[in-house]
Ligand binder design. Structure first.
Ligand code: AHR
Length: 508
């Protein structure tokens, strides 16, 4: 009994202490930069059952006349990615776009040399563009730098964007698409520096030399396209060599980062996300210091325009890869803890708005994915909800926000936050991930702006950090969503244990 009294006393003491010390502060004058809408993207690749058996399944009662799985399409629309990247990923090193266009019976089903299995190529360029249109997502195509040629890449640009009486524009027309696809974003290979892969550019100087030829032919074909050069996380030598070599011609440097949980260290995933943030911040500073927003030297004889504006990161693969089931551990069952980690990672992307111009969660269906399928149907994984929510509620500009809150372990604060503002519409949104096992209350200190009202508070939570939605129990939903539109402004903000909370405010 005595122990119980002491425990209750300690609990109350801590609760009062926390309530007294906690604080959220947002400074409306401290902008972290405009958030590009393209940072809320997804990625699809010919790997495992992402495309064949996921997005696309001919002759399934669940598919439409095009072979698109209707249940998946409905969920993908709810997810609402602002951009979609295709066809890889590592597989791009063996992907030839002409194998995936034209009459379906003539397409070349091919062994997937990278991930195993056979790819049907029934979902090719035109199907991808149709899918993007359905989702209202900006398409991003990745060209084959390894076994493809510069001419092949330029022909792909012409097939997609050509408007004249040319062979490749006419080929697209002959395939049933009179209007150009206007694909603006093109990535120059994928992880070309990765030594174990089937690529051939492990030395960044080789990449620069080769890619310059690709850039010339692609840009001469359509000078309006935006290009994404290959970057490498934590490899300053690679990034510097690439940007010194072709930084005047490309708009983005790609960046890939996956996190996971170390054995018996459940909070390690949050530490890894924090490390990712400091590396992104470092790379952003490096780019801003060394590569001016305005290109100084350019020969008119290139006959196409140089880059306009600053070089940004295309964080074109980010996500959680726990190395679970095949292929190569990419079939992942995500728990509620992973959803909290996803929200924290999204907050990094919002906070690093000055550096990141494009970002895609890798991937979308079945592989490291928010949507899982089997022959009978599909299910949303826990990570689906933060991915959906941040793109829905984020406003156009990131603001500096800080919390005074308990520290959990190894420097990981209980609360992780991000704030966004729409100055014209006088709206402010606060995103908070409470990673602790206790509810936390904190008053809001808003600097350089005055609150008018709290429009709503949306809270995502679950019964346990290990809760997970499964294909075996499709009707059992483990994620709880509550929305409250009647919050008293005078009370401290409240964050349920292990939750994601979004406060929507209006300003005076
Ligand atoms: O998303 C899975 C793989 O991870 C991609 O193919 C590759 O680019 C990355 O290494």
């Amino acid at each position: 009994m005595k122990n119980l009294i002491v425990a209750v006393f300690l609990f109350l003491f801590h609760a009062v202490l926390f309530a007294q010390q906690n604080q959220i502060s947002i400074d409306a004058d401290q902008s972290l930069g405009k958030i590009n809408p393209l940072v809320y993207g997804q990625f699809i690749e010919y790997i495992g059952r992402c495309i064949d058996g996921g997005i696309y399944e001919e002759n399934s009662p669940l598919s439409d006349h095009r072979g698109f799985r209707k249940d998946v399409l409905t969920k993908a629309k709810e997810l609402h990615p602002t951009t979609l990247r295709f066809p890889g990923g590592t597989v791009v090193k063996t992907f030839h776009w002409e194998d995936g266009v034209g009459p379906k019976e003539q397409r070349k089903a091919k062994k997937n040399l990278i991930w195993g299995g056979i790819d049907s190529y029934q979902f090719g360029t035109c199907e991808f563009i149709e899918y993007c249109k359905e989702l209202q997502a900006e398409p991003c195509l990745v060209v084959n730098l390894s076994t493809g040629t510069a001419e092949e890449a330029a022909n792909w640009v012409e097939y997609c964007n050509g408007t004249g009486n040319t062979y490749y524009a006419n080929l697209r027309r002959a395939h049933g698409y009179a209007e150009p696809f206007q694909v603006k974003y093109w990535a120059l290979g994928n992880e070309e520096g990765a030594e174990p892969d089937a690529g051939r550019h492990q030395d960044p100087n080789d990449y620069v030399k080769d890619v310059w030829h690709f850039i010339k032919l692609m840009k001469l074909t359509d000078p309006s396209i935006k290009l994404i050069a290959n970057g490498e996380a934590m490899n300053e030598h690679w990034n510097k060599t690439v940007l010194d070599g072709i930084g005047n011609a490309v708009d983005y440097l790609s960046y890939h980062y996956y996190v996971n949980t170390s054995p018996n260290k459940p909070y390690s995933i949050f530490e890894k996300i924090a490390t990712a943030e400091s590396e992104i911040e470092h790379l952003g500073r490096f780019i801003r210091k060394n590569y001016s927003d305005t290109v100084q030297q350019w020969s008119e004889w290139y006959r196409f325009p140089h880059r306009e504006g600053p070089i940004k990161l295309s964080f074109d693969e980010w996500g959680i890869w726990e190395k679970q089931d095949p292929p190569y551990g990419t079939t992942n069952q995500y728990t509620w803890r992973h959803a909290l980690a996803t929200a924290s990672f999204l907050q990094v992307i919002q906070r690093q708005a000055q550096t990141i111009g494009i970002a895609n969660w890798a991937q979308m269906v079945n592989v490291l994915a928010p949507i899982m399928t089997d022959k009978e149907g599909s299910v949303k994984q826990t990570i689906f909800y933060p991915l959906q929510a941040y793109r829905k509620y984020a406003l156009g500009e990131a603001l500096a926000a800080e919390s005074q809150a308990p520290i959990l372990t190894d420097g990981i604060a209980a609360l992780d936050l991000s704030a966004t503002i729409d100055r014209e519409r006088k709206m402010l949104t606060l995103f908070v991930v409470n990673r602790s096992s206790q509810e936390i209350q904190a008053p809001l200190l808003l600097k350089n702006a005055t609150l008018k009202s709290i429009t709503s508070k949306i809270c995502y939570s679950s019964s346990s950090l290990e809760a997970t939605n499964t294909l075996a129990a499709k009707d059992t939903e483990v994620v709880r969503i509550s929305e409250d539109k009647h919050i008293q402004q005078k009370k401290p903000l409240q964050f349920a244990k292990e939750s994601i909370t979004i406060y929507n405010f209006t300003l005076q």
